[in-house]
Design a protein around this ligand. Sequence first.
Ligand code: ZN
Length: 108
Amino acid sequence: MSNFTCNKCGGTNDAETSPTGAAVSPMQEIPFSNDYWKKIQSIACSSCWAEWKEMEVKVINEYRLNMIEREHRQTLKRFMHDFLNVDGTSESAGQAPQAVASEWTPES
Ligand SMILES: [Zn+2]
């Protein structure tokens, strides 16, 4: 029985049901201990999270994002949501789900 599925790679924590044949585990540490990040943790495996952390640096550099700017933080969040497939549908790629967006406070 698996109780964790990664939205990005589809891997689960049970090797028998995981599409890759190997069990994956949820990301280990979350930046903030709040509901928003716990949700992210519930849908992102540790290796996909590590991939995002590399991508994040590229995105920040590429788009010259300044984390002091709220608008820039929102941009970064949109990229993260797309990358990790947070809402689990390709339809909303490019957009952060409203419910999640409203919960997100980058510095809290
Ligand atoms: Zn994954």
